[in-house]
Design a protein around this ligand. Sequence first.
Ligand code: NAD
Ligand code: MG
Length: 285
Amino acid sequence: MKTYPRPPFPAQEQTVPGSQRSMQPSPDCGEHSYKGAGRLKDKVALITGGDSGIGRAVAIAFAREGADVAIAYLDEHADAQDTAQWIEQAGRQCLLLPGDLAQRQHCLDLITKTVDTFGRIDVLVNNAAYQMTHDELEDIADEEWVKTFDINITAMFRLCQAAVPHMLPGSSIINTSSINSDAPNPTLLPYATTKGAIANFTGGLAQLLGRREIRVNCVAPGPIWTPLIVSTMPKSTVSHFGGQTPLGRPGQPVEVAPLYVLLASDESSYMSGCRYGVTGGKPML
Ligand code: NAD
Ligand code: MG
């Protein structure tokens, strides 16, 4: 069995949105291990936050399964270029789409550009997110609360609304929720609240879109080693990140990606409206 890094990790701190290139150890996004089998042959996917972390692992997996991939990200051009290189090495096309998901027009443009470039959209992975650690309720500025909702859940609504008219029966929407949707970390109050909203939104939207044969699911990761962590959590938390899970370590993005492949593929044709955990042994309700 392959072994993955365990805490303690080197103390490190970055500014938002973080850089995967600067992380120690480097997150494993399946660059040297994921093997595709044509499970998404000639599908087109848009992945938000596809430059790094879980989104990058999903992008690499999707490309190796035969999909063309558009990647939305804030401004981490170096990380996005690295992901694009892996997609192109898999023999698929990559479209890079930087910009702020808090802007409504940007959300609409992402769908238009994906469809204009590839002629269709079969899979929408709503995976980008913002979080910040706050120890006290009074430390959360009103703007911070609104910003967290804009990026994490309002953008998801806008992207779904814009994408669905282009989606054929069999298409799939996959949202990234979190174990925080079930067991909120109090120091991540605005973020955890949006992750609960995402799980609820997923269940409602799946029922709304069932008749059109568009499936909607969400993935709820536990602690995963990504730039989000080193750019939003204190050094001491980062050093021991994932150590509290039954498996005693954080997951790597490559360990989450296969679930997204399943949910995007026709193999999951009766799976819709659910939240699936990847938590390193921590039970969810
Ligand atoms: P990540 O930092 O690699 O990915 C998050 C991405 O969101 C960034 O790459 C960034 O480009 C994008 N983003 C942030 N703000 C944006 C904005 N305003 N506009 C456009 N894009 C923006 O980290 P990750 O951990 O892979 O995060 C992916 C998803 O996984 C997120 O939804 C996160 O909540 C979720 N998640 C992560 C963990 C974990 O422990 N890492 C646990 C549970 C859930
Ligand atoms: Mg990033």
